[in-house]
Design a protein around this ligand. Structure first.
Ligand code: UD1
Ligand code: UDP
Length: 385
């Protein structure tokens, strides 16, 4: 049983489901959508674009406070687990749906696989960090995207035999869709020229929920938009706050364009052709690294340090002077080049499904591990598939 709930989950689950379908005699995925995200532009569109099957089950929980949302997901998901008795529950990423479903499965004695395990910002003020730490603690099989994930889990006392360094499924999805995205006319539709604009996304509560923090960022970005035009596909959380805090007039200027959240293909096109990306998203730090597009992360920390060490990412925090200086550097040609982190090669889902098959065959049991395996295990895929 694979769980999705919020926008980034769809890009993570799609290649795993696609890969599982090739082994239909052995693996039968049931897709559960919690309904954490429900707008067409945050959910429905992705199923079409990523050619994902419609969810077998939709819990339809919608928005709410952390407690309300998490609790609703748990109540609904428990019924689903009891009725369906899955062999394994796989959760992805770090959203509320991830933790809620992992916790339910654990208590129903169903083994849990966490995809994108081990990432740590070490900032427990972030709801996602709480979700990551707790989900990892109760998962049986932990699939990591980068070596920091492996190290963090080992430091937290996780048995190495339960950790699988498989790479990044989001990059599988990116590689699969880059070519089709390249024919999207979104740049001409928005009057943008390749490599002559910046792309912005913002949705972290610490940046957008507090009037002063959001106003400071928007004001700084408005100044930057006089140097390079900015296009801003705006998350609904941020959109609501822009209106509530009376900041909408900053976007009257055509050089600072606030637009609706984009579908995956349009967004990839915008991302790949941007002169630079400004973001507080997790996944976008990773995607820009693979596309070799300069990325400025408007946060004080990142749980994805490989994007800093190997990739194009620079942490500038929410500080106007730092952001402006970094933008000027990039536009002046001082560009940090990047390389693909290990196993960000489009084959992470193959490695994950290889492990699922081993679980299915009884070669791996939950919390038991396999004795005598190497420290960082890499997964060989079966050549025939
Ligand atoms: C969630 C995740 C975050 C992830 C992000 C991806 C948690 C704690 N947060 O944040 O880690 O990076 O998704 O985009 O799980 N809303 C809509 N339409 C929707 C969904 C939400 O308008 O389809 C609005 C509602 O006003 C809602 C607000 O957005 O209250 C926030 O939604 P929520 O799912 O709680 O958190 P995100 O900010 O989306
Ligand atoms: N994305 C998208 N449309 C947008 C903004 C982002 O399709 O308007 C994609 C982006 O390419 C990436 C994912 O959404 O694959 C990142 O999700 P988000 O930033 O919402 O969440 P996070 O990664 O921060 O959890």
């Amino acid at each position: 049983m694979i769980v999705v709930g919020a926008r980034p989950d769809f890009m993570k689950a799609a290649p795993i489901i696609e890969r599982m379908r090739r082994f239909h005699d052995f693996l039968e995925p049931t897709l559960v959508h919690t309904g954490q995200h429900y707008d067409e532009k945050l959910s429905g569109l992705f199923f079409e674009e990523l050619k994902m099957p419609r969810p077998d089950i939709n819990l339809g929980v919608g928005s709410g406070s952390h407690a309300v949302q998490t609790a609703r997901i748990m109540i609904e998901f428990e019924n689903v687990v009891l009725e369906n008795a899955p062999h394994l529950v796989a959760v992805v990423g770090d959203v509320n749906s991830t933790l809620a479903c992992a916790l339910v499965a654990r208590k129903c004695h169903i083994p849990v696989a966490h995809i994108e395990a081990g990432l740590r910002s070490f900032d427990m003020g972030m709801p996602e960090e709480v979700n990551r730490v707790l989900t990892d603690r109760i998962s049986d099989y932990l699939f990591v995207t980068e070596s920091s994930g492996f190290q963090n889990l080992v430091m937290e006392g996780v048995d190495e035999d339960r950790i699988f360094f498989v790479g990044n499924v989001m990059i599988d999805t990116l590689m699969e869709h880059l070519r089709v995205a390249s024919s999207r006319p979104v740049l001409s539709n928005l009057g943008l020229t390749e490599k002559r604009y910046a792309l912005l996304t913002l949705h972290r509560p610490e940046n957008v929920d507090d009037r002063e923090s959001l106003a400071r960022l928007i004001e700084a970005l408005a100044t930057i938009s006089q140097i390079v035009p900015i296009v801003f596909p705006c998350h609904p959380r941020t959109r609501l706050n822009i209106d509530k805090f009376g900041l909408a007039s900053y976007f009257d200027d055509n050089r600072f364009r606030l637009i609706e959240p984009q579908g995956y293909l349009n967004f990839l096109r915008l991302e790949s052709q941007a002169a630079l990306v400004l973001t507080d998203s997790g996944g976008i730090q990773e995607e820009t690294t693979i596309m070799n597009v300069p990325c400025l992360t408007l946060r004080k920390n990142t749980e994805r340090p490989v994007t800093l060490t190997d990739g194009t990412n620079i942490l500038v925090g929410p500080y106007p002077e730092k952001i402006l200086a970094a933008v000027e550097n990039i536009l002046g040609g001082k560009i940090k080049s990047g390389q693909a982190p290990k196993y960000w090669d489009g084959r992470a889902s193959e490695r994950i499904v290889e492990v699922f098959l081993r679980i299915r065959e009884g070669k791996l049991s939950p919390r038991a591990g396999i004795p005598g395996t190497a420290k960082i295990k890499t997964i060989e895929t079966s050549a025939a598939q």
